[in-house]
Ligand binder design. Sequence first.
Ligand SMILES: [Zn+2]
Length: 367
Amino acid sequence: MKQFSIKTTTLTPVMLSGGPPAHNLIESLDFIPGNSIRGLMAERYLQVIKDSSPSDENFKKLFLSERTRFGFATINGALPIPASARTCKYEGGFTKEESHGVVDWIISSPNENRLCPKCSGPLDYFEGQWHPTKAKKAVVKRRLILRTAIDACRNSASAGRLYSNKVIEEGQSFFSMIEVEDADAANILENLIAKPFTAAIGTGRSRGQGWVEVRKAACPESALNWGEAKKRYNKFKALDVNSLVVTFLSDAIFSDDYLRDLSAPSIYHLKSLGINPNEWVSEPHSGFASVRTVFGFDGCPLFLPRIPRLAIKAGSVFAFKPKNDSASVSVPSDTGLGWTGENNREGYGLAVLWHPFHLAPEDGKWI
Ligand SMILES: [Zn+2]
């Protein structure tokens, strides 16, 4: 399997709508979903390769199979802050930002005195994205653009039709990973990104929105050292946390046997991470999670809106208890980082077992 790191820099304001298709107040997502990256690469393929078409074998391998995964692009390669993180209500933020620091609740017992470690004030949610190597919160600059509809008869602003768009500002770089399992397809993708190129993503393109520059570039957070899952599991165990802790690094989609969307995975959905589902209780015993509805639109040849799906938001954390407390469990021998759930080709379902953040939220080195 080959991995490529892609840098997408916004050249104009970009609107990646996360809400229902029609609304007069639209806020852009603060990341670029994998399906936008997949779409712009598919367009690049059809533009660059002579006499190519979506029915080519290589096109199918790259863009239509589950064997190529286009990850979500985040600002300077930032990661989602786990939903179990809390910070001081009055001076919130990491210690390196001269704030009162961040604590994690997945390993603390509910009976513990849950107050700010510095000022003993109350704690609050701590959401968003962060840069592990700097131990600082990541910020995506967005601004509000207002526009009115034009009245066709009067050629002036149409009364009562004002649209507010909160867009991603220009001049910001987002990094994502593309994983290609097929060797031939990987070579083709490598050629497509050999030179930087411009593309358009999101909505409002007829008004000049959505232009980005795409190039191959190493992710600033690629020095991240996850280490072996086994080592992290032992550290959790040393703190008396004998649970399987799974943290989602991108949004994830799960459904049950009747195809109903789920707001939490069962242990059987996590089999792909290298665990043995029979050793753990099937439902999580605790979770810090939120969900969002994913809307979308399929281009050629369907030209139809997608059925809205419920996704577990990036940063959600779930813990599963072992069936037998005293028996030893099998822990994957690799990093414990992998894909779960549905729609992996659009970057959904990237998860890690025993995320080191829960042990030391302030220490980005994780060694
Ligand atoms: Zn405080």
